[in-house]
Each structure stands twice: as structure tokens, then as C-alpha cells.
Design a protein around this ligand. Structure first.
Ligand SMILES: [Zn+2]
Length: 128
């Protein structure tokens, strides 16, 4: 079983999470800007709606949707980071939300905002 984290280890993960949070926010802002600018370049007459030009469905729109997909993923990650920082504050950071056992350090290093230990993550992904 993985050992619990020492306070200084939790602190270093907290810094990592804050850093990641800052970086992702920077990315989301930049990508949102780019996606919006592209919408405006299409000279849509109705900016309140996402333009839907069936005839124009092509690489451009694909790129844009791809970017919007990335933003969604990043927002999901930001949510997980926010939750992880909440667990740092209330002293539960580094514990699996499912089985409440300490999450392996190597897993936290790879995914500092993870909610689950590897066993539970696998079980939740592939319920039998
Ligand atoms: Zn678990």
C-alpha cells in the first residue's frame, strides 16, 4: 500500500497544482480568444449564435471544433485541479475518493489532480 504524503510533499503538490492551474487558465483564455476571433472573421450577422454554415463545413470548422474540444478538456482539468486544491485545504489530498487509501506518489506526480488510486480508476473505467 502506498504511504501517506508528508506535509512538505503535499505542499510541493499544491504548488504544482497552482502552477498547472495558472498555465491552463492562460491557455483557455488564449484559445477562447482565437476561436472567437475566427467566428468574427466569418462576418456572421448574428454574433450571439454560433454560426452554422452547412455549406462551409470543412477544415476551418473542424479546426475550430477541435479547439473548442480542447477548451472543454481544459475546463474539466481545471475543475479537477480546483477540487484537488480543495482537498489540500481540508487535509484529504493524496487519498482516493473511492477507497480512501493513499494514492501512489508516482501516480500523483503524473496526475496531481487525480481523484482515484490506480485500482479504483481502472475499476471505474471498466466496471465489471
Ligand atoms: Zn481507490
Amino acid at each position: 500500500m502506498a504511504a501517506s504524503l508528508k506535509p512538505e510533499e503535499i505542499e510541493s503538490f499544491r504548488r504544482l497544482l497552482v502552477d498547472l492551474d495558472d498555465r491552463l487558465r492562460g491557455n483557455v483564455d488564449r484559445m477562447t480568444d482565437e476561436a472567437l476571433r475566427r467566428n468574427q472573421n466569418e462576418a456572421s450577422t448574428n454574433l450571439s449564435n454560433v454560426p452554422l454554415h452547412m455549406a462551409d463545413v470543412g477544415t476551418e470548422n473542424y479546426d475550430q471544433e477541435f479547439t473548442l474540444g480542447l477548451i472543454e478538456n481544459e475546463q474539466e482539468t481545471l475543475k479537477l485541479i480546483g477540487e484537488a486544491l480543495g482537498r489540500v485545504r481540508d487535509g484529504h489530498y493524496g487519498r482516493c475518493l473511492e477507497c480512501e487509501q493513499p494514492v501512489a506518489r508516482a501516480r500523483l506526480e503524473a496526475l496531481p489532480y487525480t481523484r482515484y488510486c490506480i485500482e479504483c480508476a481502472r475499476k471505474l473505467e471498466n466496471p465489471e
